[in-house]
Design a binder for this molecule. Structure first.
Ligand code: ATP
Length: 247
């Protein structure tokens, strides 16, 4: 079931509303424009009309809540592989939730979960790809840090073909994850990662937490980053709490 809209506040919000009213797994909401697109922690996601792919997918995974983070990694793999399939852009994955090209953000992924102590009710995976955005359409404050497929390859890319490729890849990775074969998804994530093996700084989101520096050694089965600290210890970093920067 695919719901196509001209303009919405946020495709994630609309998908969540549909989910609460019993919409089936697999519902896709896609919009030409988001007027209040969001990133993590309520940050704004610029979603100008006609140039991006602003899309949310409703899932009802029979997974325990901590394993839902796997779906963010699965979505990042699906997006990076789809961008490579429909364009010439050699993009990679920046832990935890961005697809980047030349160090700049091409796509953001926002996974939202509704759960109680007993079970996960639903998950909405929001995917925002800057497909044909010209540099001038980005707000000034992100012009240095954001990019689009069109900027990177010098010509536009077909949004519908990209959407189809992402959905096919996500469905495949989702089925693999539910079938107990997340290892294969993780192997592809590692192969596409631009974070692993690099020195990075971890900036806490909460006030009063110390920043950390180290080498990004691996991710584990819950999507946490394993950071090798200068004193040799391995520190496990959960995605919700931090921002990652090159050291
Ligand atoms: P950080 O880069 O600090 O770790 P993040 O990767 O988690 O954050 P998100 O919260 O997923 O980022 O996305 C929100 C941020 O992305 C905004 O604060 C802004 O800097 C940037 N941004 C907003 N809109 C776009 C866009 N269309 N393309 C690229 N970057 C964007």
């Amino acid at each position: 079931q695919v719901e196509v809209r001209q303009s919405v506040s946020s495709t994630n919000d609309l998908a969540k509303e549909r989910a609460r009213r019993g919409a089936p797994e697999g519902l896709v909401v896609v919009a030409e424009e988001q007027t209040a697109g969001r990133g993590r922690l309520g940050r704004a996601w610029a979603s100008p009309p006609g140039v991006g792919l602003w899309m949310s997918v409703l899932l009802r995974p029979p997974l325990p809540a901590p394993e839902v983070a796997r779906l963010t990694l699965a979505a990042a793999v699906a997006v990076a592989e789809a961008v490579r399939a429909v364009s010439d852009v050699p993009c990679g994955i920046k832990w935890p939730n961005d697809v980047v090209a030349g160090g700049r953000k091409l796509c953001g992924i926002l996974t939202e979960i509704e759960a109680d102590w007993e079970r996960v009710h639903f998950v909405v995976v929001g995917i925002g790809v800057n497909v044909n955005t010209p540099a001038a359409a980005f707000p000034p404050e992100i012009r240095e840090s954001a990019t689009s497929i069109r900027i990177e390859q010098g010509r536009p890319a077909p949004r519908a073909a990209l959407a189809r490729a992402i959905l096919a890849g996500l469905e495949h990775a989702y089925r693999e994850t539910l079938a107990g074969r997340f290892d294969g998804v993780l192997a592809r994530w590692r192969a596409l990662s631009v974070t692993l093996g690099r020195p990075v700084r971890i900036l806490p989101v909460a006030e009063g937490q110390p920043a950390l520096a180290g080498v990004a050694e691996d991710v584990d089965g819950d999507g946490a980053l394993l950071l090798r600290l200068p004193d040799g210890r391995l520190h496990r970093v959960l995605a919700g709490e931090v921002s990652l920067r090159p050291a």
